[in-house]
Design a protein around this ligand. Structure first.
Ligand code: GLN
Length: 508
């Protein structure tokens, strides 16, 4: 008896998919062309995301008339939820939708969220934000995973690809962060949120019109299976479920005490889930996943320090800095918001080229060492933030030049850790867990953001009427502590690197 006809069709389909994937992954040159498509899609998505993020606190204080403390807590809750939902987005992509449909659905939800805010940001604020939170959860991890799929397992150009992709993220972040709030303050908030909706539409259209070039990458795990058609109902269930959860998110973001509970539960639950999934894989794969978890745990610490930028460093910038960088007059808070993105845009592709060059010479540091370096740069940067106190006037006003230098250094720390982290998630995860592991990577950011707020709050001077000079001392004391902890973390990583390398096996 021959093979049944549908099996023949499926086999033929699988062969075609394999050869299409081969063709994509056999690209010549530094970057595959599909990377550029994903680059632009993510760039516009980040424009919308950081545009909205940049407006949140200001809008809550000045338009919704919340007090500053409450607005800050609410902002923190939003950030924690955004990154926590990437775990769910990654999970459903792996299990049901595939990366492409997840991304499309996430994009639609983000557009809907921005449109709701464009129509009536005052009355439907939390509804709009909740749509954006869940939309980002479906979009953000899955586009990153697709970047990884453009490369063969051992392609040494992968880290460079993620570095370039990371520049795109920061172009979007920089432009969005500036333009949206400027429109809001200068013209109208409806227009500002409407603009975010337009930009997100550009992101989604970019993806829709270029996705054919991705061949089989990101298709549903059931795209070519026998019961693929019956699986449609699973898709609908995910769509319906993600809409049904929106009222719950609204309540949780609006009442920040729930955020604490959410954070206590979601991380341990996610870890337990990963451990459960790990039982289905071989010991070799399990060890790689354990290595991925080591990177994820260290990244929580990294983001907890790094994300001082949105909190304590912005207060420090407002109180304690003069306003010139290399003789040019600039607003210190503008520098605090933009310097890092600008440095990333300039140096990420250069560092990518350096990685490729080093790989050719066989001297490229492996991921554990890159992570260790990331922490050493972080430590040095915080030492420089601390050292600003030595350049201060008696009133406590210090040098924006030195502050900018710290941002220059911290950027290299970020570039050794953040794009490399995305890349290593795609290297260490088996195909069936790529989405959820990328979700875990971003979940670590959620915890980082959460911890950053707590750390920042700990640095404020206990005396509300403290002078500028006293504030300088209390913040820079905090930065010195962070420098020491970052140094210790970097050294620990380098110390345990032989162990982690063993877990990673052939992966570099
Ligand atoms: N700035 C990067 C981005 O927006 C990294 C975010 C993160 O992982 N915390 O993608």
């Amino acid at each position: 008896m021959g093979e049944p006809i549908d099996e023949i069709i499926i086999n033929k389909g699988n062969q075609e998919m394999d050869s299409a994937l081969e063709e994509i992954q056999n690209f010549t040159g530094k970057y595959p062309k599909q990377l550029w498509y994903l680059f632009f899609s993510e760039m516009w998505e980040r424009f919308c995301f950081y545009g909205m993020r940049g407006m949140l606190t200001f809008f809550m204080v000045n338009q919704l008339m919340m007090d500053e403390g409450q607005a800050n807590l609410q902002y923190g809750a939003t950030q924690a939820f955004v990154y926590a939902f990437t775990f769910i987005g990654g999970l459903f992509a792996d299990k049901i939708l595939g990366f492409r449909k997840s991304l499309f659905w996430g994009g639609l939800l983000m557009i809907t969220g921005s449109c709701i805010l464009a129509i009536n940001p005052h009355d439907f604020f939390f509804l709009g934000i909740s749509f954006s939170i869940i939309g980002t959860g479906f979009f953000k991890p899955n586009i990153s995973t697709m970047v990884g799929s453009l490369y063969k397992t051992n392609d040494a150009r992968r880290d460079a690809g993620f570095s370039l992709f990371y520049s795109g993220i920061n172009v979007g972040a920089l432009l969005g962060g500036y333009v949206c709030i400027a429109i809001g303050k200068g013209y109208s908030w409806n227009l500002a949120f409407g603009f975010a909706a337009i930009v997100m539409t550009i992101s989604l259209l970019t993806f829709v019109f270029t996705q054919r070039s991705l061949g089989p990458i990101g298709l549903s795990p059931f795209a070519n299976s026998k019961d693929g058609k019956n699986r449609k109902w699973y898709d609908y269930a995910v769509y319906a479920g993600s809409l049904a959860i929106i009222p719950v998110i609204m309540v949780m973001v609006a009442k920040t005490e729930y955020t604490d509970w959410f954070m206590y539960v979601v991380g341990p639950a996610a870890l337990l889930y990963i451990f459960y999934e790990m039982t289905k894989f071989s010991w070799a794969e399990q060890r790689k996943l354990l290595a991925a978890l080591v990177f994820i745990i260290f990244s929580v610490l990294f983001w907890a320090f790094f994300e001082q930028s949105g909190g304590s460093l912005s207060i420090f910038a407002a109180n304690n800095l003069n306003n010139t960088v290399v003789g040019i007059t600039l607003d210190p808070n503008g520098v605090n918001n933009a310097a890092n993105s600008l440095f990333v845009i300039i140096f990420a592709p250069l560092l990518g080229i350096l990685w490729i060059w080093m790989a050719k010479k066989k001297i490229e540091p492996n991921t554990v060492v890159k992570f260790g370096l990331g922490f050493l740069f972080l430590a040095l940067a915080f030492y420089v933030f601390y050292a600003t106190r030595f350049f201060a006037s008696t009133e406590g006003i210090t040098s924006l030049d030195v502050f900018t230098l710290a941002y220059f250094i911290i950027t290299f720390g970020e570039l050794c850790l953040s794009p490399i982290g995305l890349s290593i998630m795609t290297k260490l995860s088996p195909k069936a867990l790529q989405g959820v592991m990328m979700g875990m990577w971003f979940l670590a950011s959620a915890y980082g953001q959460y911890a950053a707020g707590i750390l920042g709050a700990g640095m404020t001077s206990p005396d509300e009427n403290a002078t500028i000079a006293e504030k300088l001392i209390s913040y820079t004391d905090g930065y010195k502590q962070l420098a020491i902890y970052a140094l210790i973390a970097g050294l620990v990583l380098i110390l345990i690197s032989p162990l982690v390398k063993k877990l990673m096996q052939e992966v570099k």
